[in-house]
Design a protein around this ligand. Structure first.
Ligand code: TXA
Ligand code: MG
Length: 314
């Protein structure tokens, strides 16, 4: 069921859930301070309660009501990337958020989305929690139709067209004097290094598996997976004939292969098309598919690679 912006605002204020477009992926939105609505998010998505939610704010919001102290470089990051697809983990002020929102962790995740439509709703409702609008573990939704496919009439959706980035926000955390990537996403490691220079640890993703409590609990879970088993393939010429192939227009695959397109070889296009391609494998009932992994390992390509590795259960 699709609804107008006005209806979306009314429902949110009443404590109901709606799906909203953002520049990254569609989000399943609820007011951040409404316990029943937040509980409903976990239920509807089938999301484990150990996996906390990003709080989405507009550009006018007074962060001091939620945040207890800002690590070096935090304002630089907000200034450079907000509004936009960067999520900052920041120390939470005691009692400022429902424990369910941040899984009782010492930090909250904050993001100010780029899409004006999203921010205009937040200006009317106050901060919203918004996990990606997909069933837990499945590919994210980059169109209103994807949301309807996952949730049917249960969740009304505001149709804002296809998401421009098609890739979730990058989540960054501050630890031992530097910022690290806790979840790769639409803002690349190279962009963060440019903005932060010495304050950014670019060498590796934060070792979230070894931290206690975990820095970004969602990263431990199975993610982004279609029902089809993905077989990652560095040498696409070795793909068997007549296979389903997640790959590129203009590339040559063995005879009879059916292409699920990631565009014509630009990273930005591959990111934008990735979840739709994985979802259309399922629509076609494919049991497995080969993925053409013969692309670079830098910038946004690295993010696309990571998503495909996780989707394959790598
Ligand atoms: O682009 C996005 O970020 C989208 C759109 C809708 O804004 N949202 C999104 O939310 O991707 P979700 O819930 O699918 O992913 C949020 C990630 C999870 O890995 C979660 O564990 C992590 O952020 N996260 C959220 N709050 C956190 C917190 N307080 N501490 C550590 N990690 C947190
Ligand atoms: Mg998600």
């Amino acid at each position: 069921m699709q609804i107008s912006q006005k209806e979306a605002v009314e429902r949110l204020i009443e404590g109901k859930l709606v799906a909203l477009p953002t520049e990254t992926v569609y989000g399943l939105a609820a007011r951040f301070d409404d316990l029943a609505a937040v509980e409903q998010i976990f239920k509807v998505k089938g999301r484990p309660k150990v996996n906390p939610l990003i709080i989405h704010i507009d550009e006018e919001y007074d962060l001091d009501t939620l945040v207890q102290g800002y690590p070096e470089g935090a304002f630089e990051l907000m200034h450079t990337f907000w509004p936009g697809p960067l999520t900052l983990l920041l120390p939470v002020k005691e009692g400022a958020v429902l424990p369910l929102v941040n899984a009782g962790l010492p930090q909250i995740a904050l993001r100010c989305p780029l899409l004006e439509l999203t921010r205009s709703i937040i200006r009317q409702t106050g901060p919203l929690v918004m996990p990606s609008a997909n069933l837990s573990g499945r590919p994210s939704s980059t169109t209103a139709e994807h949301v309807e496919r996952d949730f049917g009439d249960q969740i009304p959706v505001l149709n804002g067209g296809s998401c421009n980035h098609g890739m979730e926000s990058t989540v960054v955390a501050y630890s031992q004097g530097r910022w690290h990537i806790a979840r790769q996403g639409a803002i690349t490691s190279e962009q963060l290094a440019d903005a932060l220079s010495d304050l950014f640890e670019s060498g590796r993703q934060l070792e979230y598996r070894q931290e206690q409590p975990p820095i970004c609990p969602g990263q431990l879970l199975r993610h982004y997976s279609p029902k089809a088993q993905l077989i990652l393939c560095k040498e696409p010429e070795n793909i068997p004939q007549n296979s389903c192939v997640v790959g590129f227009e203009g590339s040559v695959y063995p005879p009879g292969c059916r292409l699920y397109s990631l565009g014509s070889g630009k990273a930005i296009e591959a990111a934008r098309l990735l979840y739709a391609a994985l979802r259309s494998l399922d629509d076609a009932g494919a049991a497995y598919a080969y993925v053409d992994m013969s692309f670079e390992d830098a910038g946004l390509w690295r993010v696309v690679r990571e998503r495909l590795e996780r989707a394959s259960g790598f």
